[in-house]
Design a protein around this ligand. Sequence first.
Ligand SMILES: N[C@@H](CCC(=O)N[C@@H](CS)C(=O)NCC(=O)O)C(=O)O
Length: 231
Amino acid sequence: MEPTITIFGVELSPPCRAVWYTAAIGNVELVHVFASVIDKPAELLELNPLGQFPTIKEGDFSLSQGNAICKYLNSTRKLGLAPDDAAGRAKMDQYLDWAITDFGRAMGSVLGAEFFWKASGIPEPTPEEKTLRWRDLNKQLDYLDGFLDGRQWLTGDEMTLADIRAYACCSQLTIMSLPFESANWANIDPWFKSFESNDAIKGVNDKAVAFFEQLRMQLEERVPADGKAEQ
Ligand SMILES: N[C@@H](CCC(=O)N[C@@H](CS)C(=O)NCC(=O)O)C(=O)O
């Protein structure tokens, strides 16, 4: 029997979700230990002094950074979610890096302006500020649309970890009920829908939505309708 992998994290987190999507697509079972920004188990901090999630452990081995974890799942469980050739793998890495830097930052900036400001006690960003942040994010979505031009998946004919990680960014918008019409991008649309119609992916997203709804209700109790957070 294969050893068990334990993941510390929460489905609302895009890098955690990328790990869960990879596991779900590859039929790999993960044991879940809940961890959130305000609830970090001591074991997570022992394994990863940064306290970041996802972090996994398998026996004596532990690993952080979502992309590294997805690659570990792919290579140890032989999931076939990376190209065989060096150039293909390098392209996959390019998109994995892009998804957690340029794309991820633009996404995080919108999520901060639309929702997470409520948790940090800062004033709500102005409509002008929100528009600027959405403009940056839409630019990254335009790039994604361009990357997918003429191909079904980011590196060609086969889904790779890069698609899964980029989808984990996009799905954050729908999970958090923020406006995202994939139909506005000709190439993103079929790519996005093929993930959304996958039952394994849906199972992960349902858990993320449930956690988000809980968080939203908690924060709405703290932030009254006039937007002024409690002192
Ligand atoms: N580069 C890391 C980022 C991980 C990360 O920042 N995760 C967030 C949740 S999405 C986190 O751990 N937040 C808690 C903290 O930084 O203390 C990755 O891709 O896994």
